[in-house]
Design a binder for this molecule. Structure first.
Ligand code: SF4
Length: 238
């Protein structure tokens, strides 16, 4: 094998050193970010701003991800199980992500930051079903979402269900939002927004046409987004 000229060997060595330095710097930045997310979640868990909401606060894993999934509010099972989308709606949601981009539930939870319009269970309505969070509760909890945007600077946001979609796109029919990607500005952060319908069994929208086809289009947009393609296992704290 031909020997590498002395000058070229030195350049190769310098490049290797620079790459290793950049990798170490990236790793250090990521660790700092994960600990910032962990501190954020600790503060969020202690939140008591809404007197009508039921504790505990439900949060996801401490992932420093540039993909933020925004649900509506937890149901009565999530506080007991200690994670968002832990019950029937979650089963459907993770089935969608298994189809596109082809991630397991664990991969989704490790690669996306789970936020919500409200992080506490609102309680049941006297006539049955979960209470819709009041406007002041939505405003209270949006302060946490704002902090998360400042911390994570997401490239992609996935609002799930009408209440979540409304926070980013205003009131619009699902027919005009699902299956499309929007470039939006959320509190000073430019971000791509791909809305998804709510996977709850209560709504047949995503199981009937044209909802079924629009959902497939939305999932195809999610799967081909650069933030999804670039997603790797970020450092997590369970
Ligand atoms: S809903 Fe949000 S703002 Fe209200 S108590 Fe729960 S975490 Fe705090």
């Amino acid at each position: 094998m031909a020997a590498e000229p002395a000058g070229a060997a030195t350049v190769t060595k310098i490049l290797r050193g620079l790459r290793a330095g950049a990798g170490a710097l990236q790793h250090r930045r990521m660790s700092v970010k994960v600990s910032a997310v962990e501190s954020h979640l600790a503060a969020l868990r202690a939140c008591e701003r809404c007197p009508r909401m039921h504790r505990p606060v439900v949060v996801g894993r401490a992932v420093a991800s540039r993909i933020v999934l925004v649900g509506q509010a937890p149901g009565d099972k999530e506080p007991k199980l200690g994670r968002p989308f832990a019950w029937t709606a979650g089963k459907t949601l993770f089935k969608w992500f298994a189809e596109a981009p082809g991630w397991t539930e664990d991969e989704v939870r490790d690669r996306m930051y789970f936020a919500a319009v409200c992080r506490c269970f609102p309680g049941k309505r006297p006539e049955g079903g979960d209470r819709v969070p009041a406007p002041e509760e939505i405003t209270n909890c949006s302060a946490w979402l704002e902090r998360e945007f400042a911390l994570l600077r997401p490239a992609l946001v996935l609002p799930v269900g009408k209440l979540a979609i409304t926070q980013f796109l205003g009131e619009r029919p699902l027919l005009e939002t699902i299956g499309r990607s929007f470039r939006i500005d959320y509190r000073g952060h430019a971000v791509d927004c791909i809305p998804l319908p709510h996977p709850s069994g209560a709504s047949p929208w995503h199981r009937m046409e044209p909802g079924r086809t629009l959902l497939r289009q939305a999932l195809a947009l999610v799967a081909t987004h650069a933030a999804i393609k670039n997603a790797c296992h970020p450092p997590i704290l369970r």
